[in-house]
Design a protein around this ligand. Structure first.
Ligand SMILES: Nc1ncnc2c1ncn2[C@@H]1O[C@H](COP(=O)(O)OP(=O)(O)OP(=O)(O)O)[C@@H](O)[C@H]1O
Length: 248
């Protein structure tokens, strides 16, 4: 496989925990600017794959490259975040007692200390960036609201905004619509499609309605490798996918 033009390139990746192979000879390629949905049954290795990409877990074998040239197996978690890979975990972890705008401000200013961020006047460039992000994540009208008062879906959007504030090239988003209302789920698909116009994105999700709304190529993992890949129609009509995942 050709690494040029890829944002994420995994080839022949394996990792075992106490002899149990969670990832087995996994190959996965994401083109620069692409959004991909990853599906698969519990234990398929989706989280472990994300852990490998972000440097939390080191593979026993295989190649893992970012942006075509950067060997991620030679970098630790902090390095990888700085290189431009942002991850959003399933559960929102916003600062509940701070306003929406202050949550974003903290995310923008990650390397600096909290007090200078909260008490310094926002420079106009920062304020503009916060406004842009608020617009993208549908929270413009909630700017000065305390995060604790947001709905579950809005907290998820705020956290996606906090990820954007770090200006990643690649976003890894884990089960963003779990627990959301149908309306929020559909809005999240639109929101991610907008983000994907200027970023590469990997979304792990079980909600097939949401995956259909994303309207992107799908990879189904099973037992640590790719079971099926292609359009949602292709993958969801694959007998093996029905057997291990969709048909249960
Ligand atoms: N640190 C670890 N030590 C031992 N086993 C682990 C570890 N991490 C993951 N596993 C095992 O590896 C397998 C893959 O797990 P993983 O969490 O990657 O699956 P998943 O596809 O994300 O599942 P889910 O949809 O439930 O989140 C599972 O059988 C899990 O128990």
């Amino acid at each position: 496989m050709e690494r040029a033009g890829t944002i994420l390139y995994l080839d022949g990746v394996s990792v075992a925990f106490d002899g149990f192979k969670a990832i087995q000879n996994l190959s996965f390629v994401l083109k620069r600017g692409e959004m991909r949905a990853i599906i698969g049954p519990n234990g398929a290795g989706k989280t472990t794959m994300m852990d490998i990409v972000t440097g939390k877990t080191r593979p026993d074998e295989g190649d893992v490259y970012f942006n075509g040239t950067i060997d991620l197996t030679r970098h630790d978690e902090a390095d990888i975040a700085t290189l431009g890979i942002g991850r959003k975990f399933q559960k929102p972890t916003v600062f509940e007692s701070l306003t929406v705008a202050d949550n974003l401000s903290l995310a923008l200013a990650a390397p600096r200390d909290v007090f200078s961020v909260l008490f310094a006047r926002e420079s106009s460039g920062r304020a503009r960036r916060i406004d842009e992000i608020l617009e993208i994540v549908r929270l413009g009208h909630r700017r000065e609201h305390v995060a604790a008062n947001l709905s579950h879906g809005q907290k998820q959007w705020l956290e996606i905004g906090m990820l954007l504030a770090q200006d990643p090239k690649l976003l890894l988003v884990d089960e963003p619509v779990a627990g959301m209302t149908d309306a929020e789920t559909e809005e999240t698909a639109r929101l991610l499609r907008e983000i994907a116009a200027t970023h590469s994105v990997v979304v792990v999700e079980h909600d097939m309605h949401f995956v259909r709304e994303l309207d992107v190529k799908v990879t189904c993992l099973h037992e640590g490798s790719v079971l099926s890949e292609g359009s949602l129609d292709h993958v969801s009509s694959d007998k093996r996918v029905i057997e291990v995942y969709l048909g249960r």
